[in-house]
Design a protein around this ligand. Structure first.
Ligand SMILES: N[C@@H](CCC[C@H](N)C(=O)O)C(=O)O
Length: 312
C-alpha cells in the first residue's frame, strides 16, 4: 500500500485541482476530529475555500471537520522562514474553507500521516503551523501492534482575563477567554445537554473580544482533574473533539481549581473527555502545554479532479 501511495505522491499528481491528474488523499482522525489529508509536498495545489468545503462535505464529498494540506515548509510562503526548524508545514483549513491558526488534533494526525508515508519515524519531529513550530512525539507501536499515542507541545495558553459570556437561546453562562494560538470561550455548565443541539454557533459577547470569531467549549466535571466537553468549532460546527479546545478547557479548569504550575512549581495533568474519546493534557511549570491522544489514518485513495473542479 505504501509503495503505491509513494508513487502517487511523487509521480501521479503535480498540478492544480483542475488538472486531469488524480489527486491523492487520505482520511484520518484524532479522537474523531476527522480530516481529509492532501499531500502536496511541492505546494502546487491552490485549494480554494469552496474546494475545501467540497472535500469536507459528508454527503457529496469525502467528509471531514477540516483539511490538512501537507506542504514542505520551503514550498509555502507562510512557512519558508520556519523551514530550518520544521521540514513540513500543516496548511489547516476548517470544513467551511476558512483558515485557522492552529489545529491540535490536526497536528497529531499530520504527524501520523508523515509516519505512515515514511516521511518521519516514531520519536520526535517538528511541524510548522500558522501558530509557529510545534514539537511532536510519536510513541513507538505497542507490543499489541497498536500505534503509539501522539503528543504535541502546544505552546502556552494566553488568558486575557476579560469577562465574556456565551449564550444559546435564552440561556447564558460566564466564560473564560483563552487563546491557544486560536480563540476559545470556555463555559462551565451543569450538564453538557444544556448547550442544546449546537446546530448553530453559540452567541459570544462582547463580540469585540473575538474579532475573528471563536470556538466555544462547554465543560462539566467528571472527577478530580477530570473534565468532559462539547465543542462548537469556528468554521466547522459541532465536532467530536477539538485539541486546542481541550487545552483551553484544561487551563481554564486548572485556574478555576486554583492550580497554576508557574505558582505551585508542580506540573498538573487533566484527563479531558471529548465525545470522540479521551485526551490527556498537562501544563508544565514554564506554561508549556502537552496534549497526548490517538491519531489514526483510516483510508487513502484518489480524488477525481473533474469532480473537484466541476460545477458547484
Ligand atoms: N479541531 C481543531 C481546531 C480547528 C480550528 C478551529 N476550528 C478554529 O477555527 O480555530 C483542534 O483540534 O484544535
Amino acid at each position: 500500500m505504501r509503495a503505491a501511495y509513494d508513487r502517487d505522491v511523487t509521480e501521479a499528481h503535480h498540478g492544480t485541482p483542475d488538472s486531469s491528474s488524480p489527486l491523492p488523499f487520505l482520511k484520518g482522525h484524532g479522537t474523531e476530529n476527522d480530516f481529509v489529508i492532501v499531500p502536496d509536498p511541492d505546494g502546487l495545489l491552490d485549494l480554494s475555500a469552496s474546494d475545501v468545503a467540497r472535500l469536507c462535505d459528508r454527503r457529496a464529498g469525502i467528509g471531514g471537520d477540516g483539511v490538512l494540506r501537507v506542504v514542505r515548509s520551503t514550498a509555502h510562503p507562510e512557512a519558508a522562514a520556519l523551514a530550518a526548524e520544521a521540514e513540513w508545514f500543516m496548511d489547516y483549513r476548517n470544513s467551511d474553507g476558512s483558515i485557522a491558526e492552529m489545529c491540535g488534533n490536526g497536528v497529531r494526525v499530520f504527524a501520523r500521516y508523515l509516519q505512515h508515508a515514511g516521511l518521519a519515524e516514531a520519536g520526535d519531529l517538528a511541524v510548522a503551523t500558522r501558530a509557529g513550530v510545534r514539537q511532536v512525539h510519536i510513541a513507538k507501536e505497542g507490543d499489541d501492534g497498536e500505534p503509539g499515542a501522539v503528543t504535541v507541545r502546544m505552546g502556552r495558553a494566553e488568558l486575557p482575563g476579560d469577562p465574556v459570556v456565551v449564550a444559546v437561546g435564552d440561556r447564558s453562562w460566564p466564560a473564560v477567554h483563552v487563546s491557544m494560538g486560536n480563540p476559545h470561550a470556555v463555559a462551565f455548565v451543569d450538564g453538557l445537554g444544556e448547550a442544546g443541539d449546537l446546530l448553530r454557533a453559540p452567541a459570544v459577547s462582547p463580540r469585540s473580544a473575538y474579532p475573528d470569531g471563536t470556538n466555544v467549549e462547554f465543560v462539566v466535571d467528571r472527577g478530580p482533574l477530570h473534565v468532559a466537553l462539547r465543542v462548537h468549532e469556528r468554521g466547522s460546527g459541532e465536532t467530536r473533539s477539538c485539541g486546542t479546545g481541550a487545552c483551553a478547557v484544561m487551563v481554564a479548569a486548572a485556574r478555576r481549581d486554583g492550580l497554576d504550575p508557574a505558582v505551585t512549581g508542580r506540573r498538573v495533568t487533566y484527563t479531558v473527555d471529548v465525545p470522540g474519546g479521551r485526551l490527556v493534557i498537562a501544563e508544565d511549570t514554564d506554561g508549556m502545554i502537552e496534549m497526548t491522544g490517538p491519531a489514526v489514518i483510516v483510508a487513502e485513495g484518489t480524488i477525481d479532479p473533474h469532480w473537484l473542479s466541476g460545477p458547484r
